[in-house]
Design a protein around this ligand. Structure first.
Ligand code: HEM
Length: 170
């Protein structure tokens, strides 16, 4: 992706402002690594590894994992959003009114917002339903919620990989 240092005061990576920009980018990429890497682990490895377990044991284990995973990725997503907006704010603030958002940034932000909307549905829609079904001991219904959650996570993973491809290839 095109370097935008020229839009920042000093125009070099060594000023305080440029270092702040670097720090935001570091936090941004770190949160994306946690989020997309976590999705890969959950969809690609965890779900298949637990498949041989009895239904009740599998559902209870996955529910316990999701109880930790979903809040953790929600924090990572929020951090990605805030750091991304922070970088856009810094560049536009220092562009003296001449800021035009690069296409790759627009695509990244749009795909990122779609991923976040899916996460909100997974957390507040599917996970809530999963906990209710599991608490009621309805393991078959809980298993079908988990299957839908897996599909949702797989779609989010595909969007995440597509976003990274856009960032580096567009
Ligand atoms: C609403 C959400 C998002 C906003 C506002 C946003 C914004 C930004 C901005 C402004 C940059 C700095 C680019 C540069 O300095 O060249 C950036 C970098 C980056 N973003 Fe995002 N982003 C968002 C979501 C995402 C998502 C969902 C992903 C991946 C799944 C992602 C992956 C990256 C990567 C890998 C970089 C580093 C690119 C480089 O160093 O060339 N971002 N983002």
């Amino acid at each position: 992706m095109r370097r935008l240092w020229h839009a920042l005061p000093g125009g070099s990576p060594h000023t305080i402002v440029s270092q702040m920009y670097n720090l935001l980018k570091f936090l941004h990429v770190l949160s994306i690594v946690a989020w997309v890497g976590g999705l890969f682990f959950a969809v690609g490895l965890l779900y298949p590894a637990l498949r041989p377990l009895a239904e009740q044991e599998r559902v209870a284990s996955l529910a316990r994992v999701m109880q930790r995973f979903l809040p953790a990725v929600a924090i990572a997503a929020l951090l990605a959003l805030l750091s991304g907006l922070g970088m856009i704010g810094m560049v536009s603030f220092h562009a003296d009114g001449g800021f035009r958002m690069p296409l790759a940034w627009t695509l990244m932000s749009t795909l990122g917002l779609v991923m976040m909307a899916l996460l909100v549905y997974q957390y507040f829609g599917l996970f809530d339903r999963l906990e209710q079904r599991a608490a009621a001991g309805d393991w078959a219904a809980a298993a079908s919620v988990l299957a839908r959650l897996r599909t949702g996570l797989a779609i989010t993973l595909a969007l995440g990989v597509a976003t990274v491809a856009v960032v580096f290839l567009a």
